[in-house]
Design a protein around this ligand. Structure first.
Ligand SMILES: [Zn+2]
Ligand SMILES: [Zn+2]
Length: 618
């Protein structure tokens, strides 16, 4: 963990230093440009500018900036910092209105002002004049010699309102990528190209899964039958695993009086809630999370130590105000459906309950072929304890419990400060997809605070009323996001058990419609999802369509098949997957199936469907 964070600091210093160099390159081109901010972001950095005389940089200019920065990197420029007074800073940035605004704000917030000058290093005690000074709190490379000249790339520009507010002027944001080595940059660019091909928004359209339309609103996806089937398949799978583990379904409404969130504390601490509506003179909110509803349901009944743990679950949609600029396909939405569980337990049951959850997460990940993951233990920001509800002691107990349990699993893990929820520490499961991108999926949160706020209790062995512990848990995170991630992970070629259409029948011509109908019925009766395409398009065209849809099995039916009462099968990914699956089947059976016999095909598919472990992932 330590080496990881050191590594990320190095990258961050490189990125931040390059942002300064970008500003220098831009000022060479347009000395009157006004400077906004230039922060580090994932994989790189950006800087916002207001150019003079309506100039905007062309793709040629972007290349020039790249060249200019490369030259500066080669010169070994250093970053020299010093603290300044308000007056001094104001004087220096008198012709920079955005910087002046920031300076005033920092002073209002009681922050110190520091400047960094980028230039040739000072020689023997003399201060050599630098050529660019920026308002900055530091975090740079020693000199630009530490930057690999092949490890950064100025990529593109975009419009961005000053401070993200559309009432403010629109600035030009110039983006750059930066890594510690050229190899890392190349790998990232390659990954991005692959990601573009797999983009779930593009595949979602091609596969007929979902749509987002203006009349309904940004971040509010609608699912076509195939998408709805996919989500139901995923949710049912989770639901079955939960039932086996003693979880019980509950049901809760989607709106609530604000009173609930006064008790839970969300009204004060949670900012993604929509403006309330008035009903009978009360404020009613659309629920952005489910925890408070679960708490209330528990509270309405008396509980004894003997009936704990109570494992309540609901698959239910929440509504959150995400900024429009941050919405993206299914991965960032305003209507998100959680596979939410809240377990009410005695303190001595925490460990076994979390073990039960970890076992289920393991089973789910195996079924989706998510083999590369680690656990992040998300802790408080120990320097800002006032951000959280609950006592110091309660937090320490909860954080230590999570540590102990994770260590026992032998799974990879790291600890991360300032990633906890405001009501408790948590375990986040970070998964690496097929092209190496990291996603946060499952989460388990230990919560000693909400039981306190809701005054939850149970009667213990000594007939005293005591507090239960609440454990929040979601395996998928949200169905929508999980689907978005899975569409990209599989590039739309879902494992058989997830494929909305498992078999597609293509009769060569109308003449074979009756036989196609017979085969369709046999396959459908066997519980396999089958579709027949008997449209007037040519066979070649229909095969291409079926392949674009990434249907696992395509059956072509013609004269020969009718005569012999067989089907000719084409199987998706045949080169890669077939031998692995075949090797687990009786050779003789498999040989006959390849020759094409309908009942053997249905047997085979059923076999593949029932074994939703690794074997069916191909
Ligand atoms: Zn800086
Ligand atoms: Zn919860």
């Amino acid at each position: 963990m330590d080496t990881e964070s050191k590594k990320s600091n190095v990258a961050s210093n490189i990125r931040h230093s390059l942002a300064h160099l970008l500003a220098m390159a831009v000022l060479e081109k347009d000395p009157n440009a006004k400077l906004g901010i230039g922060p580090v972001i994932d994989n790189g950095f950006y800087y916002d500018f207001e150019f003079s005389n309506g100039y905007t940089p062309s793709p040629e200019d972007i290349k020039d900036f790249q060249k200019a920065i490369k030259k500066m990197v080669g010169r070994g420029l250093a970053f020299e910092g010093r603290a300044v007074t308000l007056d001094e800073a104001k004087k220096l940035f008198a012709d920079q209105p955005y910087k002046t605004e920031l300076i005033n704000e920092f002073v209002d917030e009681g922050k110190d002002l520091t400047l960094y000058t980028t230039g040739l290093p000072a020689v023997a005690g003399t201060t050599q004049a630098g050529n660019f000074t920026d308002l900055c709190k530091g975090g740079h490379v020693g000199t630009t010699k530490e930057i690999d000249p092949d490890a950064f790339k100025i990529t593109h520009t975009a419009g961005a309102y000053w401070r993200g507010d559309e009432k403010n002027p629109m600035l030009t944001r110039i983006y750059g990528l930066a890594f510690e080595s050229g190899a890392e940059l190349d790998a990232y660019i390659k990954q991005q190209e692959e990601a573009k091909k797999r983009d779930h928004r593009k595949l979602g359209k091609e596969l007929g899964l979902f749509t987002i339309i203006d009349e309904i609103g940004a971040g509010l996806p609608l699912f076509y039958p195939k998408g709805a089937l996919l989500r139901k398949t995923i949710e049912d799978f989770i639901s079955d695993l939960q039932k086996k583990r003693g979880y019980q379904d509950i049901w809760i409404p989607h709106i609530t009086k604000g009173t609930l969130y006064e008790i839970s504390g969300h009204l004060d601490k949670y900012d993604a809630m929509y403006t309330p509506m008035k009903i009978d003179n009360h404020d009613y909110y659309v629920k952005p999370m489910n925890c408070p509803h679960f708490m209330m349901l528990y509270k309405t009944l008396p509980h004894s130590y003997r009936e704990l743990p109570l494992r309540y679950t609901a698959t239910t949609t929440n509504y959150r105000y995400e900024k429009s600029g941050e919405l993206s396909g299914l991965t960032r939405v305003r209507a998100l459906t959680q596979d939410d569980c809240h377990v009410f337990a005695r303190p001595d049951q925490i460990e076994t309950e979390i073990d039960l959850m970890l076992g289920m997460i393991k089973e789910v990940y195996a079924a989706f072929g998510l083999n590369d993951f680690y656990v992040r233990i998300s802790l408080r920001d120990s320097k800002n304890k006032e951000k959280y509800i609950g006592s110091d002691k309660v937090w320490s107990t909860a954080e230590n419990a999570l540590r102990t349990i994770v260590k026992k699993t032998g799974w990879k893990y790291e600890e991360a400060e300032d990633e906890a929820a405001f009501y408790g520490p948590k375990l986040d499961f970070m998964f690496k997809d097929a092209i190496g991108r990291e996603w946060q999926l499952s989460t388990i949160q230990l919560d000693f605070n909400l039981p306190e706020r809701f005054d939850l209790n149970y009667v213990n062995e000594g007939s005293e009323k005591v507090r239960p512990v609440v454990i929040h848990r979601a395996v998928l995170g949200s169905t929508e996001r999980f689907m978005g991630v899975m569409i990209e992970h599989f590039a739309g070629a879902f494992p058989l058990w997830l494929s909305p259409v498992q078999v597609k029948i293509l009769p060569i011509s109308e003449k074979f419609a009756e036989y196609a109908g017979k085969v369709h019925k046999e396959i459908s009766d066997a519980g396999i999802r089958v579709e027949t395409d008997d449209s007037n398009e040519s066979l070649g065209k229909r095969i291409r369509v079926a392949k674009t849809e990434k249907v696992p099995f395509i059956l072509v039916l013609g004269e020969k098949e009718v005569e012999t009462s067989t089907v000719t099968v084409e199987m998706r990914g045949v080169e890669k997957g077939l031998s692995a699956i075949a090797s687990s089947l009786n050779k003789e059976t498999f040989g006959r199936w390849q020759a094409g016999e309908t009942h053997l095909l249905t047997d085979f598919i059923k076999y593949a469907l029932h074994d939703i472990g690794e074997k069916a992932i191909w």
